[in-house]
Ligand binder design. Sequence first.
Ligand code: FES
Length: 137
Amino acid sequence: MKTVEWRGKPVWIIHRSPEQLAGLKTQDPLLADPQSKRPGFTPKYAENEGRSRKPELFVCVGICTHLGCSPTSHFEKGGSLGADWQGGFLCPCHGSTFDLAGRVYKNKPAPDNLEVPPYQYLTDTRIIVGVDEDNKA
Ligand code: FES
């Protein structure tokens, strides 16, 4: 996981393994907004299961949508977060959990999925954060 900054916010860039991507498919019934249909947190090109332009690379703002704390990564399956846990993020402030696509679990304080910032690919292996088709700045 790499962290860069966009508009003063931490942005995480995470490479997801095939196993982690397969784990995403099992989480939909447990999530508050699995298809990211709530407005404001997901660009159109990331309105998919992985919330990303390409499945293997996930980009999100590392700030909880509850009160703005910084979630911590918990990429290991299972453990103290339960047998269904496929890896993701825990916000220690009030216990919100997010999967590896930043999708918030049901019945948590955080009202929305983690924000996906504008970004685009410059080459197959390089991205730029803060710029996309709708935001040329
Ligand atoms: S700030 Fe993250 S759960 Fe409250």
